[in-house]
Design a protein around this ligand. Structure first.
Ligand SMILES: *[C@@H]1O[C@H](CO)[C@@H](O)[C@H](O)[C@H]1NC(C)=O
Ligand SMILES: *[C@@H]1O[C@H](CO)[C@@H](O)[C@H](O)[C@H]1NC(C)=O
Ligand SMILES: *[C@@H]1O[C@H](CO)[C@@H](O)[C@H](O)[C@H]1NC(C)=O
Length: 408
């Protein structure tokens, strides 16, 4: 049976197509001059491959039908979730149960915000301002929620900032978000750009108010990723972004950006933050491909599916990077060389649930990762099980906790 022929995969493709229709149509209509993608690399096997009998160690069950997409840990056990249904939730990660507990209940979720009609994608937590920065997908906005101090949290102030446009009519597509020292950075999945908006509340409010008056909004910029970030027209390209080194490593404008359609991870050097009053064009970045991910099969068996990189998280040691491959229900572990000039796949993580809860694949269309206290947390968006454009009311969603040493 062909990989792309299964109904689940067709459903996922349908989801992505519907999610992107407007942006894709716009890009196609312009015949945007985008460099051609590099030739596909040769197939390779992950070495070492995964342990076929590996099990996950913990699970946080999310409410059925929540359409969870991304997550960010906050203070202590605070965990914030964004959904493709346009909602922002708070849950307590202490609700994590042993993965084999069939009676485990869903974590109690507090709905913090609703953005009807706007799938919410990436989310980052700003401890200094107790705020959430959320990527508003096709709305072309970054939405920032300043929260009340004590549980149960509520939104004290919401500020939406429109991202800068390369052309007046082409709405950006905000996918993932990363907090820098004084700005927030967002990938644009249908144009090879990284967007930049201010981080401080007063600057966000100033940008939003200037935009409402007809702009230009101060401190809102885009950076072109340039020819070192090969992209395809009208397809999902720039996706996840993290600092090049864990925690920023003293160089917070050095990034890693994954390319979903191109199957690679690139290093991106952003130019210095533009001076106040500079226009929307924040200057070009320098990009270079660090890891071209070849079609990969695990344990020497089965098909050679292409890797579709989504989100990333730094791991337990320097240069260890986890990358979700959401078409293939797996997370790859990469080892970057110290110069960040190349990387190799050291493990394909595709564990199973314990037999007591059915033994099925434990990673299901993973779209968010977090590494905390030695454990890798993987959010299952289940897009192969239920395309998010459907109600998916009875669909279960969860975050699984994986001990890398036990599965690799
Ligand atoms: C973090 O949570 C703890 C309790 O879990 C609380 O005592 C502390 O004040 C919180 N810190 C912040 C900055 O909110
Ligand atoms: C990009 O590379 C050029 C040539 O090495 C250099 O002059 C420029 O400063 C770099 N820009 C960034 C943003 O790193
Ligand atoms: C959630 O969905 C799962 C699987 O579809 C089902 O087994 C479970 O009973 C549902 N839970 C609730 C509370 O509806």
């Amino acid at each position: 049976m062909g990989v792309m022929a299964s109904p689940a995969r067709l459903a996922l493709v349908l989801s992505l197509v519907l999610l992107s229709a407007a942006a894709a149509a716009a890009a196609a209509a312009t015949g945007a001059r985008i460099p051609a993608a590099a030739a596909a690399p040769a197939p390779a096997e992950a070495e070492p491959t995964y342990k076929a009998d590996a099990r996950v160690s913990a699970v946080i069950r999310l409410p059925n039908g929540s359409k969870a997409k991304s997550m960010a840990f906050g203070n202590g056990t605070d965990l914030f979730i964004t959904s493709l249904g346009g909602e922002v939730f708070h849950i307590d990660a202490a609700a994590a149960a042993a993965a084999g507990d069939p009676a485990a209940a869903a974590a109690a979720a507090v709905t913090l915000a609703r953005e009807p009609g706007t799938p919410l994608t990436g989310v980052a937590y700003d401890a200094a301002q107790h705020a959430l920065f959320v990527a508003g997908s096709g709305s072309g906005t970054a939405i920032v929620y300043f929260l009340t101090p004590a549980r149960p949290y509520a939104v004290a102030r919401r500020v939406a900032v429109r991202l800068a446009r390369v052309r007046g009519w082409q709405t950006p597509y905000a996918n993932d978000v990363l907090l820098g020292p004084d700005s927030a950075l967002l990938t644009d999945s249908f144009a090879p750009l990284v967007h930049e908006v201010p981080r401080l509340e007063r600057d966000l409010v100033a940008a939003s108010e200037a935009d409402a008056r007809g702009g230009p909004a101060p401190s809102v910029h885009f950076h072109r990723l340039g020819p070192g970030f090969p992209s395809t027209a009208a397809r999902l390209n720039a996706n996840g972004l993290v600092f090049a080194r864990a925690g920023g490593g003293g160089a917070p404008r050095e990034l890693l950006v994954s390319n979903f359609d191109g199957g690679y991870v690139a290093r991106v050097s952003l130019p210095p933050r533009p001076a106040p009053g500079a226009g929307p064009d924040g200057g070009a970045a320098n990009s270079s491909v660090v890891a071209e991910l070849p079609p990969l099969r695990a344990a020497g068996h089965g098909l050679w599916p292409a890797v579709r990189p989504d989100c990333m998280a730094h791991g337990e040691a320097g240069g260890v990077l986890y990358l979700s491959d959401n078409f293939q229900d797996r997370v790859l572990r990469l080892q970057l060389d110290p110069e960040l000039s190349s990387a190799r796949v050291t493990c394909a993580i595709a564990p199973r649930m314990p037999e007591s809860v059915g033994g099925s694949a434990a990673v299901r269309a993973p779209t968010a990762l977090a590494f905390r206290e030695g454990r890798l947390w993987v959010l299952n968006a289940h897009m192969l099980d239920c395309p998010f454009v459907l109600p998916c009311k009875g669909q279960a969603y969860e975050i699984v906790g994986i001990d890398p040493a036990a599965v690799c």
